[in-house]
Write a protein that binds this ligand. Structure first.
Ligand code: HC1
Length: 568
């Protein structure tokens, strides 16, 4: 361990700790923009400069490691003047129309300017921006707001290995952009939104669809129903300053009712339905032959990735639509039929942790009876803004419950929201369906947690089923390369585009750092543990749905409504 002094406070930290991290230990928050706790050191914004005794120059705290006896001063006049100067330069190159920005109130640059009492820059406005990129359904890039911190580039290149965002030009013309400054739509962007999740300002944000949803709610001819994804309920509370990982299911349903939705349903229900279809598809491929390993298909960022980069492996994908789209299909078929409504009057909204879900809902394959299955997708952040804009005191709300017939989700549906959850849910069902016996333990702990790739061998009667889970597209690539070489030892693979699974989705409240993800994952498994039903094939409403409408898993009607195809 190493002993240093920061602002005359003694700190003892392990060797290899940076000054910035050491300062955090004693609650000194050194200003920074490019630093992100889950990313590699970049040291390009230089805002974190500090004065180290004995050094003639100021030192970047994010990239300098502590040494025995070091004395650091974070708050001298020289340091503050330098930090203020850097901030003013950044601000001079930044669109300052904060009222129009989705990150207003949750912007790291805004917070730093407030901290340094900078209300208006005296420097000449040097914003020299590329046109706003709003050509795709998921994300908006506004280079007039970019602070060139490179966090998005890191997320796109090092974590997701998608390599769309990169640098262009030099010096004052330096920019962050896709190659040749192309709009995202024309690139291999998968719309996962991991760039937006780490952006400190409003340079990359979700496409805001809240106005569309308000219009539908106010339209007396529309019957507006909403489904909520498994991972939203463990993250929405962040937007209302609740402790990270607070489970807010009941309050969330109450808030949706107050917003004016006619019915509030649970995507966990169609997550259970996905398991019925996908589990049976796996059993069919295992017993009757079919492409193995079979890979899950519910994460649209992942689907965009395989379609764009690994289209020769498309046969490995399960043909199941995602739970969002299974819900959408039922909402325009079974639901209006049951309620005696014209499907055209049903307006279906999804609340998702994911920006790619906006893209998924607009795919031409996702139409039922000639109408879009899902009419609008809002991210968790957009839902939070709707609740705030309606003046609802979220924390004070009494808990409410989902409506029927899509209101019951089992624990297996709930855990879809965390990496490994789809695999665990599928194994709970596949084991019992194949063996006809009850599982000795429902918890497949080997596929849980934040390791990049997890694997497990499950014994089903005398069959050894080898399975793997990857989250984050960089990790997915490793498993795909094995398949390409014919060396994959697995029968079934779960892939989720976002690190941590949906709890770390690109549309979740900012920030989703590793410690926050851990809390959300804990909350997801708590929901599962506390539910009386924890296996999809035991969901009574799913069984009713098959009896009354679908027939059997993989049957004709299921194929029509719940399965899809992929293309390059
Ligand atoms: Fe997900 Fe899924 S788990 S993809 O992460 O399969 O977005 O939460 O809704 O569709 O259920 C997201 C979450 C979500 C789907 C389900």
């Amino acid at each position: 361990n190493i002993k240093i002094k920061i602002d005359n406070i003694e700190v003892i930290v392990p060797e290899g700790t940076t000054i910035l991290e050491a300062a955090k230990k004693v609650n000194i928050n050194i200003p920074h923009l490019c630093y992100h706790p889950d990313q590699a050191i970049k040291a390009n914004c230089r805002l974190c400069v500090v004065d180290v005794s004995g050094s003639r120059k100021l030192t970047a705290a994010c990239s300098s490691f502590v040494y025995e006896g070091m004395e650091v001063h974070t708050n001298t006049k020289k340091v503050r003047d330098m930090q203020k100067g850097i901030l003013e330069l950044i601000l001079a190159n930044h669109d300052q129309d904060c009222l129009k920005c989705l990150r207003n109130g949750n912007c790291e640059l805004q917070a730093l300017c407030q901290r340094f009492n900078i209300s208006k820059t005296n420097l000449v406005d040097t914003v020299d921006a590329l046109p706003l990129d709003d050509t795709n359904p998921s994300l908006i890039r506004d280079s007039a707001k970019c602070v060139k911190c490179n966090r998005c580039v890191d997320a796109c290149q090092k974590v997701q290995e998608v390599h769309v965002l990169t640098h262009s030009h030099r010096s004052v013309h330096y920019n962050i952009t896709p190659a040749y400054e192309m709009p995202l739509e024309q690139t291999f962007c998968v719309f996962c939104g991991q760039c937006a999740a780490v952006c400190p300002v409003g340079a990359i944000v979700e496409k805001d669809d809240t106005a569309k949803v308000w219009d539908a709610i106010y339209d007396p001819k529309k019957h507006v129903i909403v489904q909520v994804a498994p991972a939203v309920r463990v993250a929405l509370g962040d937007a209302f300053n609740l402790p990270k990982g607070t489970i807010v299911t009941g309050k969330m349903v109450a808030a949706l009712r107050r917003l004016g939705f006619d019915k509030i349903f649970d995507t966990n229900f169609t997550a259970d339905l996905t398991i019925m279809e996908e589990g049976n598809e796996l059993i069919q491929r295992l017993t009757k032959g079919g492409t193995l390993p079979m890979i899950t298909s519910c994460s649209p960022g992942w689907i965009n990735f395989i379609e764009g980069r690994y289209d020769h492996l498309l046969a490995h994908l399960s043909s199941c639509k995602s739970p969002q789209q299974m819900f959408g299909a039922l909402s325009k078929s079974y639901y209006p039929e049951m309620a005696g409504m014209d499907p055209k009057n049903v307006y279906t909204v999804s609340i998702m942790p994911c920006t790619a879900k906006k893209y998924e809902a607009q795919r031409p394959e996702m139409m039922t009876n000639g109408v879009a299955e899902v009419d609008a997708v809002l991210t968790t952040r957009e839902l939070a803004r709707m609740i705030q804009s309606a003046g609802i005191d979220f924390v004070a709300l009494e808990e409410d419950q989902f409506d029927n017939p899509f209101g019951i989700g089992t624990g297996a549906g709930a855990i879809f929201g965390a990496t490994g959850g789809v695999m665990e849910a599928a194994l709970r069902t596949a084991y019992e369906v194949i063996t006809g016996k009850g599982l000795p333990s429902l918890n497949f702990t080997e596929v849980r947690g934040l390791s990049g790739i997890k694997e497990s061998i499950v014994l089903i009667d005398d069959m050894e089923l080898k399975v793997a889970v990857a989250h984050g597209l960089g990790n997915a690539k490793i498993l795909l390369k094995q398949i390409e070489k014919g060396e994959s030892p697995y029968a079934f693979i779960e892939i989720m585009a976002c690190p941590g699974g949906c709890i770390g989705g690109g549309g979740q409240p900012i920030k989703s750092t590793r410690d926050v993800k851990e809390k959300r994952i804990e909350a997801i498994y708590k929901i599962d543990e506390d539910l009386p039903l924890r296996k999809s094939h035991k969901n009574p409403d799913i069984l009713k749905l098959y009896d009354n409408y679908l027939g059997e898993p993989l049957g004709h009607k299921s194929h029509q409504l719940l399965h899809t195809h992929y293309h390059s």
